[in-house]
Design a binder for this molecule. Structure first.
Ligand code: PLP
Length: 393
């Protein structure tokens, strides 16, 4: 059966070049990067080369990059690393749970957290950030691009506000780095999170950019790895994979791969929008190039994901499963969608491996599946019979 994967915001396949770069570091070059003998020197050199590539992707200095066990760990290191009980933190209602749940824990530790709302397009208003700053505000954490809608946040404006207020600024760039140009100086952030597996690198490895001079306290204790900012033997194959993925993403951005990706996404989106009673969540402008989030009235998103999977198309809902109950996406609810519309929403996210044929395949299965599910949907049937009655009077 043909399978097309359009769920690249969940994870991406490792590119062959990335896999080849990693391969020697499992068995042939196995040294502990902290060992002083030949084997250690070999892997240390590979780790430092990867650090240079990751730094280059975001316009940082290599010494400002700390390798972590993924995006979640980078977010946690940033949020807990600069805050103390009694501090005030500003974040938004649409952050990934890696930030949101870290902030909820900070509240339990005696911090005050402001969760800013977003407007209908799913964007934080910098004026709200400015208004929320208190004398004891220590950190502002606002993501660069949202994982569900792809909407890019006004981080450069927020960075200016943070700098003026003398407050640390963290941005979760997990869904942005490698997809759009990201420069830490332009953003004015002190901390920025990256994850390898969202840009065709391996799962379980990421990085935190820590601006020189940031008073970051380590979250885990052990050896003096990563300049005492993240204890634990480095995941050398993973770090090499992240470095290669960063290098390829950087080269791709310079070639304009993001524009090609956006063209493919737009082709998919434009034709999906021809389906009756559907629309884009967010706005068609200011998004990362690979993402579109669409609601289909009268549909249960989970049912659509399962029905499409049976036809070979992998997409996702933004819904989270908590204690067996499907909760509508907190991001879509924060944007003002009703729970029904949030539950009727699907995220399509493209990756470097996707082709025009993949988009055609998606377009050959989505409209008919939506139509079939609507025929079975009492909500949809009720709504359409009301409409036809209304039009006949
Ligand atoms: N932040 C964002 C915006 C994400 O989309 C994700 C992953 O879905 C994460 C953080 C967590 O990254 P990881 O899966 O590497 O822990």
């Amino acid at each position: 059966m043909r399978r097309v994967y359009l769920d690249n915001n969940a994870t991406t396949p490792v590119l062959p070049e990335v896999f080849e770069a990693m391969r020697p570091y499992f068995a042939e070059h196995f040294g502990n990067a902290s060992s002083i003998h030949h084997h250690g020197q070999e892997t240390r050199a590979a780790v430092e080369r990867a650090r240079e590539s990751v730094a280059a992707l975001v316009g940082a200095n290599a010494a400002e990059i700390v390798f972590t066990g993924g995006g979640t760990e980078a977010d946690n290191l940033a949020v807990f690393g600069v805050t103390r009980p009694g501090d005030h933190i500003i974040t938004s209602a649409i952050e990934h749970h890696a930030v949101l749940n870290a902030c909820r824990h900070l509240e339990e530790m005696g911090c005050l957290v402001t969760y800013l709302p977003v407007e209908g397009r799913g964007v934080v208003d910098p004026a709200d950030v400015r208004r929320a700053v208190l004398p004891n505000t220590r950190l502002i954490s606002i993501m660069l691009a949202n994982n569900e809608t792809g909407m890019v946040q006004p981080v450069a404006e927020i960075g200016k506000i943070a700098a003026e207020a003398g407050v640390y600024f963290h941005t979760d760039a997990v869904q942005a780095a490698g997809k759009i140009p990201v420069r830490v100086e332009e953003i004015g952030c002190d901390l920025l999170s990256i994850s390898a597996h969202k840009v065709h690198g391996p799962q379980g490895v990421g990085a935190l950019y820590v601006r020189k001079g940031t008073a970051l306290e380590a979250r885990q204790y052990g050896g003096r790895h990563e300049r005492s900012r993240r204890a634990g033997t480095e995941n050398v194959p993973g770090i090499v994979g992240l470095g290669k993925a960063a290098e390829l993403a950087h080269a791709g951005l310079e070639r304009g791969d993001d524009l090609k990706m956006a063209a493919l996404r737009d082709q998919l989106e434009t034709q999906l929008l021809e389906i009756e009673a559907c629309g884009v969540n967010g706005s068609r402008a200011s998004r990362v190039p690979n993402t579109t989030n669409i609601y289909f009235e009268g549909i249960d998103g989970e049912a659509l994901v399962i029905a499409l999977d049976l036809k070979g198309l992998a997409v996702s809902t933004g819904a989270a499963c908590s204690s067996g109950a499907i909760e509508p996406s907190h991001v879509l609810l924060a944007m003002g969608l009703t729970p029904e519309r949030a539950r009727a929403s699907i995220r399509f996210s493209l990756g470097k491996q996707n082709t025009a044929e993949d988009v055609e395949f998606a377009l050959s299965v989505v409209p008919e599946t939506v139509a079939r599910l609507r025929e079975l949907s009492p909500v949809w049937r009720r709504a359409s019979s009301l409409e036809s009655r209304a039009s006949s009077v």
